[in-house]
Design a protein around this ligand. Structure first.
Ligand code: ZN
Length: 157
């Protein structure tokens, strides 16, 4: 990993920019079973996350709509690529894993083995920019709120 850090950082920046410019699953799911809004007033990021969960508590589709900075949009885009085919429990574990990773210096990995969180390393750069951490975790807070049927608005505050 430490072979060429600058090259890695470059790669991750490209991944963030790619997802921010071309967000994956940027669509409203009309038949969503779970939905929540995420608002980060500090930056002006606002998004709504849609999930379709089947009778077996399996996430089968995810989408989002919204507007905000590149990091918030890229994080939401990565989220919608990460959670399909996970169980509700596994998806919620991803929320814990991602928020722990970005808010704590040490990362004991709590990610479910079935989830591929490797691309989310792209978000690790925000650790050195504390004001952007909320941008990166916003979509994951919305995921947590949606899965737990919290009132429809999640805020990073
Ligand atoms: Zn932001």
């Amino acid at each position: 990993m430490n072979a060429d850090n600058s090259e890695l950082q470059e790669l991750y920046r490209d991944l963030i920019l790619d997802h921010a410019r071309n967000p994956r699953n940027f669509r409203r799911l009309e038949d969503a079973t779970h939905t929540a809004e995420g608002i980060n007033p500090l930056c002006g990021d606002k998004l709504r996350l849609y999930l379709i969960v089947d009778a077996n508590d399996q996430v089968i589709d995810a989408g989002f709509e919204g507007s905000g900075c590149a990091i918030s949009m890229a994080s939401a885009s990565l989220l919608t690529e990460t959670v399909p085919n996970l169980s509700v429990t596994e998806a919620d574990a991803c929320f814990n894993s991602v928020t722990d990773r970005l808010t704590k210096q040490s990362s004991n990995d709590t990610a479910p083995a079935t989830a591929d969180l490797s691309k989310l390393k792209a978000l690790d750069g925000v650790r050195t920019h504390p004001s952007r951490i909320k941008c990166a975790t916003l979509a994951w807070h919305a995921l947590h709120a949606a899965l737990n049927h919290s009132p429809s608005s999640a805020t990073t505050e």
